[in-house]
Design a protein around this ligand. Structure first.
Ligand code: PHE
Ligand code: NA
Length: 452
């Protein structure tokens, strides 16, 4: 049923790297990473984070690419092909696809906020307005269900429009357009930050090592973020891996993807904090930093009107290239395993993501009282379930499967193609011992923390 039409592959290595980097570079890089660094001891934390990225993130990313390329199937199909239809390992594929499904539904609502802010910035809504009014805009937006639903719909339609075009003409083509623009926007905002009078304060906030702030909790935070930021454990990288050409060097490509992700996260911090400090404000975290503090900053600095447009465009593009990888991971399942056509599969899954996103869009208004896990709204529950459980669980299963159960000769074949001989033993050691133990520790402490 599934091997009839030839499966499409990435047309070029650059296209693949940009698509996978597009998946990795997302809201996490821009609104989470810079703040987490500042709060956890600056330069000291950056070193711990880099260690997590290289020792755990990179080997798992390579494992996901290997599984995809070797089987040429979606995340569930990869395990079916390797272990047969009844194998329990298929659960690893299901956990990842479920994560992709849930994450897309709420990621799209948040991405909708960024579209709303592009619109506000274009209309000059932040210019010459008192800080309290600007901050009130965000509270107004999340209190407004219909408005969020509208932007959520617009965003899902953008994802649908890209993914329906297929691997080469949709995802690859748009990644090659959106990622260079994203880099150019970020470079402009970064230079603006470096030229502002808060430059040193911003640099110090992010990099001055403060070992007192580096706690055991910081290490867990670094591990968890390494996972989320590289889009691991959510079927996206297995699926993107399934479109890589046979003779491509996976280590080289993975290093470039990881390098882009880390560089962009660091640059985002150096674009944001200097201007926040230059107007004498304090950086907050997450949504508050992005949708309250930053617009206030832009209303106070020269050129703020244009900079605000560029900044929210940057966020929207980052969100879009991440979201399409989540949609593609699910679409590939229906195409590969169920023999569906791409159009029908994309339309159905985009529609479902829209529907399941509705309770998230209503989480701060009509459904604010509806608690799912503990005192958490639908949105917070979906976020908790995916980032604290589904992603690490699927990462753990993948590293155990690949490290202990997958055939060594097939692994060597994947790694030696286009790469060099020393890669395999080093990678194998990391995926076998280091990655599973690190994830198991994080999972254990996250469970204790949330009491589940
Ligand atoms: N990697 C993305 C980020 O850093 C987040 C993401 C999560 C993307 C899940 C795709 C899937 O924001
Ligand atoms: Na990221």
């Amino acid at each position: 049923m599934n091997q009839t039409a030839p499966r499409s592959l990435w047309a070029s290595r650059l296209g693949f790297i940009l698509a996978a980097a597009g998946s990795a570079v997302g809201l996490g890089n821009i609104w989470k990473f810079p703040y987490v660094v500042g709060e956890n001891g600056g330069g000291a934390f950056v070193l711990v984070y880099l260690a997590c990225i290289l020792l755990v993130g990179l080997p798992i990313m390579m494992a996901e690419f290997m599984l995809g390329r070797h089987t040429r199937r979606d995340a569930v199909g990869a395990f079916v092909q390797l272990e047969g239809k009844r194998s329990p390992w298929i659960a690893a594929g299901w956990v990842s696809i479920t994560a992709a499904f849930l994450i897309l539904s709420y990621y799209s609502v948040v991405a909708g906020w960024t579209l709303d802010y592009v619109y506000r910035a274009l209309r000059g809504s932040f210019s010459g307005v008192p800080a309290a009014t600007i901050e009130g805009m965000f509270d107004g937006l999340i209190a407004d269900g219909p408005r969020q639903i509208l932007w959520h719909l617009v965003f899902i339609c953008l994802c649908l429009g890209i993914v329906i075009g297929g691997v080469q003409k949709g995802i690859e083509r748009w990644s090659k357009i959106l990622m260079p623009i994203l880099l150019a926007l970020l470079a402009l905002l970064f230079m603006n930050g470096m030229l502002s009078k808060g430059a040193w304060e911003g640099i110090a906030f992010m990099f001055r090592p403060d070992f007192e702030k580096l706690t055991a909790g910081s290490v867990l935070e670094a591990m968890g973020h390494a996972f989320f930021t590289l889009s691991l454990g959510m079927a996206a990288m297995i699926t993107y891996g399934s479109y890589i050409k046979r003779n491509e060097d996976l280590l080289g490509s993975s290093l470039r993807i990881v390098g882009l992700d880390v560089t962009i996260a660091l640059m985002a911090g150096l674009a944001i904090f200097p201007i926040v400090f230059s107007v004498g404000m304090e950086p907050g975290a997450g949504p508050g930093l992005i949708f309250k503090t930053i617009p206030v900053v832009f209303s106070r600095i020269p050129g703020g009107f244009v900079l605000a447009i560029l900044f929210f465009l940057l966020l929207s593009f980052a969100a879009l290239t991440s979201a399409i990888s989540l949609l593609e991971a699910q679409v590939a399942y229906l195409i590969d395993e169920r023999g569906w056509g791409r159009k029908r599969a994309t339309a159905l899954l985009a529609g479902l993501a829209f529907l399941v996103g509705l309770p998230t869009a209503l989480s701060y208004n009509s459904l604010a009282q509806w608690h799912l896990i503990g005192e958490r709204t639908f949105f917070d529950s979906a976020d908790l379930l995916t980032s604290n459980y589904l992603l690490p669980i699927s990462g753990l299963l993948i590293s155990i499967y690949v490290g202990w159960f997958w055939s060594g000769s097939e692994e060597k074949q994947e790694l030696v193609a286009g790469g060099s001989g020393w890669v395999y033993p080093l990678w194998h050691f990391l995926i076998r011992y280091i990655a599973p133990s690190a994830i198991a520790i994080v999972l254990f402490f996250k469970m204790r923390e949330t009491g589940l």
